[in-house]
Write a protein that binds this ligand. Structure first.
Ligand SMILES: [Zn+2]
Length: 112
């Protein structure tokens, strides 16, 4: 992924609107690219600050920088969870095909 693509995804990251694959590529890029990380951090802090205003939260001592790190941690956890879920459903599909195949072989053996 290049910086232009990453920058175009910043907003969607903040809105949690990226697919798992996009999210993984995006996080990989920002973690290795200080300028994109800065860009993301700026947007994220502005977004979080506006949300705090909306909610009239009195918890203004909250460290916004830590908030982004926390969000990235949560995003990675989400990627792992989705990958695991996809692997499980892939395995389920294989088991289904294997079961069907076995059943077909069983039928054919009965007929012959
Ligand atoms: Zn970059």
């Amino acid at each position: 992924m290049n910086c232009q693509t990453a920058e175009s995804m910043v907003n969607r990251y903040i809105e949690h609107d990226l697919s798992v694959d996009e999210l993984e590529d995006f996080l990989e890029h920002v973690e290795n690219c200080p300028s994109c990380y800065d860009e993301l951090e700026t947007y994220f802090i502005v977004h979080a600050a506006m949300q705090q205003l909306d909610e009239e939260s009195r918890d203004s001592t909250l460290d916004l920088r830590e908030l982004l790190e926390e969000d990235i941690r949560r995003s990675k956890h989400y990627i792992l969870k989705m990958r695991f879920r996809r692997a499980l459903s892939g395995m389920g599909f294989c088991a289904l095909i294997a079961g069907l195949g076995g059943f077909l072989i069983y039928i054919i053996m009965q007929v012959l």
